[in-house]
Design a protein around this ligand. Structure first.
Ligand SMILES: *Cc1c(COP(=O)(O)O)cnc(C)c1O
Length: 394
């Protein structure tokens, strides 16, 4: 079995599982309790906060632990909206290919009278900083642009966008769920005010993540109750999950260079191989791209059938986002980069893991080629393309 859907979720690392189980057995206390086992849990929690902050160049007090990336995105956007409302600023700049945790929160804010400008992500899947600058108005309270796209893996010019926001005195949030643990991120150097992350995307457990909020910005809490997380997120902390997240993140950071070399070589091998399939195209920029992401469109086929047949061959991949599978709508990301519906339907995302071998890459290339050819054999769309009734796009 080749697991090639790491953008959907990753397998927990052994070290993270060790931390998780050890913490469950030994440090079960409530960090808010004053006796020893509670205080030991508190120490574990605060050590995890230091570790997480250290990896992204933040201060420990700037980290709020959450239930994952979605909650962090919600909290960041609602924080900016609350501050904006107070100052009479109700305009937000974002992009059309953000994760739904951002897009659906923007929809909710629109109902509350906010205006949203979505900047173009262009054919290569990369936002242009000068277009963000143009979109910023007097009443803009937030710019939110993801660090790396979860479907096509394109890496955004975050540092440049952040610098523009600093200069214009507008808050800048980035959904860095796909970036953290995979490429270098530093909140200071990258001019970031708020950043979202999720442990399960870097070999940590599910249901845990964090939001970085720069000192001086008053975070809005989504969950009210106790005074946990400096009063910014009520509820007893998921100490084992948080500790395991810190372990996974430190491990990812320490292996970042090594993994980047390995993954990008495998990625480039896959891209070169899949390009040889006729009427196919890579989605998103070839170079400014996460080390482990490959995303292709194949004309004349349905992505869903491709996935099922690849699964039969022992390859687990996705057509885009796990969050939209099950719906028949093509990916909003592929539409945003200008793929037409027919073509967007025939997509394949391979998000490979660090253990992948050259042999496995070659097996994937061969299998995809076979399955695409097989599916085209009885595709009415393909027949129309070949007979000239329809024009090839790719
Ligand atoms: C996975 C993902 C999320 C959601 O994270 P959860 O931990 O599932 O809430 C948000 N944004 C991006 C870009 C993602 O890839």
């Amino acid at each position: 079995m080749i697991y090639a859907d790491n953008a959907a979720t990753t397998k927990m690392s052994d070290a993270a599982i060790d931390t998780l189980t050890r913490c469950m057995k030994e440090t079960f206390g409530n960090p808010s309790s004053l006796y020893s086992i509670g205080q030991t849990a508190k120490e574990v929690l605060e050590k995890a906060r230091e570790d997480v902050a250290g990896v992204i160049g933040a201060q420990p007090r700037e980290i709020i632990f959450t239930s994952g990336g979605s909650e962090a995105d919600n909290q960041a956007l609602l924080t900016a909206a609350a501050l904006g409302k107070k100052n009479g600023k109700k305009h937000i700049v974002s992009s059309a290919f953000e994760h739904h945790a951002v897009l659906h929160t923007l929809e909710r804010l629109k109902k509350e009278g906010f205006e949203v400008t979505l900047v173009d992500v262009h054919e290569n899947g990369i936002v242009r900083p000068e277009e963000v600058e143009k979109a910023i108005r007097e009443d803009t309270c937030l710019v939110t642009i993801m660090y790396a796209n979860n479907e096509i893996g394109t890496i955004q010019p975050i540092r440049e966008i952040g610098a523009i926001c600093r200069q214009k005195k507008v808050l800048f949030h980035t959904d860095a769920v796909q970036a953290i643990g995979h490429i270098p991120v530093n909140v200071e150097e990258d001019n970031i005010d708020m950043l979202s992350s999720s442990a399960r995307k870097f070999h940590g457990p599910k249901g845990v993540g964090f939001l970085y909020v720069k000192k001086g910005i008053k975070a809005e809490n989504l969950i009210t109750g106790g005074a946990q997380e400096r009063g910014k997120r009520a509820g007893t902390e998921n100490v084992p999950g948080i500790a395991a997240m810190a372990t996974a993140l430190k491990e990812a950071a320490s292996k970042l260079d090594e993994n980047t070399v390995k993954l990008s070589a495998a990625r480039d091998r896959l891209i070169a191989g899949l390009k040889t399939i006729p009427h196919s195209a890579l989605n998103g920029d070839e170079h400014s791209r996460l080390p482990g992401n490959v995303n292709f469109c194949f004309e004349g086929i349905e992505g869903e059938s491709l996935l099922l047949l690849l699964d039969d061959k022992g390859i687990e991949a996705s057509s885009g986002s796990a969050c939209t599978s099950g719906s028949l709508d093509p990916s909003h990301v592929l539409l945003a980069i200008g793929r037409v519906h027919d073509v967007a339907h025939g997509s394949l995302r391979l998000s490979i893991g660090e253990t992948i071998t050259d042999e496995e890459c070659d097996y994937i290339i061969k299998s995809v080629g076979e399955v695409v050819e097989y599916l085209r054999g009885f595709s009415p769309v393909w027949r129309d393309l070949v007979s000239g009734k329809k024009q090839f796009i790719l």
